[in-house]
Write a protein that binds this ligand. Sequence first.
Ligand code: NAD
Length: 350
Amino acid sequence: MSTLLITGGAGFIGSHVVRLFVTKYPAYKIVNLDALTYAGNLENLKDIEQAPNYFFEKGDITDEGGMQQLFDRYDFDGVIHLAAESHVDRSIADPLQFVKTNVLGTANLLNVARKSWAGRFEGKRFYHVSTDEVYGSLGEQGMFTETTPYDPRSPYSASKAASDHFVMAYYHTYHLPVVMSNCSNNYGSHHFPEKLIPLMINNILNKKPLPVYGKGENVRDWLWVEDHARAIDLIYHEGATGDKYNVGGFNEWKNIDLVHLLCTIMDRKLGRAAGESAQLITYVTDRPGHDLRYAIDATKLNRELGWKPSLQFEEGLEKTVDWYLNNTDWVEHVTSGDYQHYYKEQYEHR
Ligand code: NAD
């Protein structure tokens, strides 16, 4: 019996990780700790919430006393830490919230784990989930490897970089048994509709303008979220302590090409004329400091642990579009209230 804390399990990636662990490891006790911010939604886990090995705890990773009580209550064997503020545009509007959650929250969890596990690190594991954005921006050539120096350029990536440094500092200073991964952009079901792919699907469906930053030339690597969850499972169980792994899809797309592909898929699924949805594309003022290109080299994870992406991008996009078309209620629920206000500020006042 292993007791595992997963933070941020009500969010996009976290919910896929919780679902995978709860179903694949019935002998594990899985505790999902989430503050349920605008990005956290327990509806994401409706299908597994009755499982006998699943427990939900509402709490804030920055709360020192609360996290200590949680560790005292459950005596965790391991932590998979995903809770974070995750949206770059929000980090530009409110950077200090990102410092608080991503830097202070991570440092707090590390510290509580260090104190709670003092003298018995054997068999314990603290896994920190991070992003490729910590490496900065690439030109036309090259890829990020695990040894690429950090060069974060947005408040989001700076806060994630700082949290990564704290994780490695706890390994070197206290020998806390950590492991870490840096992943490219994920896509799939339950993705909050402020992010590019679900935002476009939602807007195409509702015939709203499709806001594309600058000329849409920015390049991102995209990975099916369930492939990321599989990588997390593998790294949690088999990754080397004190090591880090890049995770990516070997799947680079210019934003504008991706939006056109989504328009084509949606035109077909909605019975619209070819090219109809693409007319909704609207170029908006570029994001300040917008990184041109991210490309991640996941060779080490393949070589050492045998992981590779399972799904072709076009197939994954079809599945994603189908999920959003079949779950319009979910979109309605998560986009009410606060999100409406944020959306207006972000896109309609430009
Ligand atoms: P998300 O925004 O969908 O979910 C974040 C979750 O964390 C939410 O459920 C939210 O309620 C929770 N949370 C926020 N602040 C909290 C706090 N103070 N205490 C407890 N819970 C809190 O994010 P995501 O896209 O699922 O990303 C999860 C992790 O993976 C993040 O650490 C992110 O940096 C990393 N990551 C994301 C991507 C991506 O493409 N989305 C890629 C690489 C890495």
